[in-house]
Design a protein around this ligand. Structure first.
Ligand code: ATP
Ligand code: MG
Length: 487
């Protein structure tokens, strides 16, 4: 009506100007202002659009009567979205806002480096003018933050590997990823409850510690060294950490990395909120003592050769050649300037032989926490029994188990094997486990006794040898005394 009125009242040359004026007057008197958030901003995808879509899908906002449902690849949950041209009311700190999903047909395909979708999508946010400041300063940030949280919750975590060696994929990424669906959590992890609680608190402190790290001038990263015999839950602990914090895992295969610079490139391509894992670090590379490497480097630099790699690989005594990854490269990877090229990252190293590691890796501050994954203890056994059988030990049984569990030196993996085998029959499972523990305790007791006896026998043999030697010496001395005079 307004338009036809405009056409009849105003001559064509004044039409545009009058429309503009009309619009201005309308905006001036209207108590609302409007923000358009389009799906594509120029040629780039608008992150805010995706964030709003995800935010509106959160259950709190589901009051719309018509919703579109989607489930992404590898995602474990369904996302709700506003249908085309539908509206939704949301409130934030006392302000009420209205979202409208606007979908229109794209009329003519304009020139673009990549084909644009046929539909033009966007959200229009309608806000009262008096709330404009609040929306621009905090509401949109809140939406972005909430969307990031939701994304993390909805998507399964990814497990990255560098098993392709140094080759890159079509997008120039050195990492390959698969959905990470390990079910291990801190609830299912059998270990001493006190140290478990300590680790969980440490992880939470880390994840919520952005301000602290900023204030103290430290890089926002943390290192854990997990050590202990095979089958004590080191890998399960890493999975539990990832599930607890909602982080992705980068499983770094050091044997596939050829040089220190390749290692650095891999690090640069990791995202924040991730755990970078090097399993069995003692077996991965020949980690030479840095002092030795430094000494060799000095010699070589005296001969006008400055290659650090050559120096360190020379120190390893091997014929690894110049292109090898060195301990110093690895330390730079975790500690140096490059380790800060992202944020919120956790480094986890695992080993079965902590005594084989170079002291440089163990010094304080390098790995923030050393976690000993030991043989199964009574509290850990309780967790396993509860998880596998839904069974609580009775008081008499507790005493019986307590007597054998420590000397038996059985790993949680050994114990879970026995429990899985008999999981249909609880009492049989417990009886068999007790029997197995007794046998192992006896065996390891005998082994220890044997070692002790071997020690004794060796001592006795040494004593005998010593005596024989002394007798021979005396005989010799006697002979010298006897024949010396004659000679
Ligand atoms: N502490 C534990 N709590 C619960 N389950 C465990 C624990 N330790 C081991 N297991 C069970 O034993 C299996 C092997 O454990 P895991 O791979 O975590 O051991 P690991 O310490 O990483 O061994 P390795 O040193 O050989 O890599 C897992 O599948 C898990 O079910
Ligand atoms: Mg393991």
């Amino acid at each position: 009506f307004g338009q036809s009125l405009l056409h009849t009242v105003f001559p064509p040359e004044l039409r545009f100007a009058s429309l503009k004026l009309f619009h201005r007057v309308f905006t001036y008197f209207s108590s609302y202002c409007y923000y358009d958030i389009t799906e594509i901003d120029g040629v780039n995808t608008n992150e805010l659009y995706n964030a709003v879509q995800l935010y509106l899908s959160s259950s709190a906002s589901i009051s719309g009567t018509r919703l579109s449902l989607t489930r992404g690849l590898n995602s474990s949950s369904i996302t709700f979205g506003l249908s085309n041209n539908d509206r939704l009311i949301d409130s934030f700190k006392g302000a009420t806002v209205e979202w409208e999903h606007v979908v229109t047909q794209r009329h003519s395909q304009t020139f673009s480096w990549r084909p644009l979708p046929e539909e033009k999508r966007g959200f229009t946010l309608r806000v009262r003018k008096k709330h404009k400041h609040l929306v621009l300063t905090s509401y949109l940030d809140f939406v972005m933050e909430k969307a990031n949280d939701l994304r993390r919750k909805n998507q399964d975590r990814l497990l990255y590997t560098n098993s392709r060696g140094g080759s890159l994929d079509s997008r120039g990424h050195p990492w390959e990823s698969v959905p990470f669906k390990h079910p291990s959590t801190f609830d299912t992890l059998a270990m001493d409850p006190a140290s478990k609680a300590q680790i969980m608190a440490d992880l939470l402190d880390f994840a919520n510690g952005e301000a602290f790290y900023q204030k103290t001038g430290r890089a926002w990263k943390r290192g854990y060294l997990l050590y202990g015999p095979p089958g004590t839950g080191k890998s399960s602990m890493i999975a539990a950490m990832a599930n607890f914090l909602g982080y992705d895992i980068y499983d770094l295969e050091l044997t596939e990395v050829n040089t220190n610079s390749e290692l650095r490139k891999l690090l640069m391509k990791t995202t924040s909120k991730s755990i970078i894992v090097i399993e069995d670090i003692d077996c991965s590379i020949n980690l030479t003592n840095r002092n030795k490497a430094a000494a060799v480097r000095k010699n070589i630099s005296n001969n006008n050769n400055n290659s650090y790699d050559v120096a360190a690989s020379g120190a390893s005594g091997g014929d690894d050649g110049p292109n090898t990854i060195t301990l110093s490269g690895l330390l730079n990877f975790t500690d140096g300037l490059w380790s800060c090229c992202g944020s919120e990252r956790i480094f986890v190293f695992t080993t079965n032989h902590i005594e084989k590691l170079d002291p440089a890796l163990l010094r304080s501050g390098r790995m923030d926490m050393h976690i000993n994954m030991s043989y199964c203890t009574l509290p850990a056994l309780n967790i396993l029994l509860k998880n596998y059988l839904g069974y609580d030990l009775e008081r008499e049984a507790v005493e019986e188990f307590a007597a054998v569990i420590e000397p038996a030196e059985m790993t949680p993996a050994d114990i879970s094997e026995v429990l899985i085998k008999n999981r249909r029959n609880k009492s049989k499972a417990v009886a068999e486990l007790l029997e197995a523990l007794k046998i192992r305790a006896e065996k390891s007791g005998m082994k220890k006794l044997g070692n002790k006896m071997v020690g004794h026998v060796e001592e006795e043999e040494e004593e005998e040898e010593e005596q024989e030697k002394r007798a021979l010496d005396e005989q010799l001395q006697e002979n010298i005394n006897k024949f010396g005079d004659e000679i």
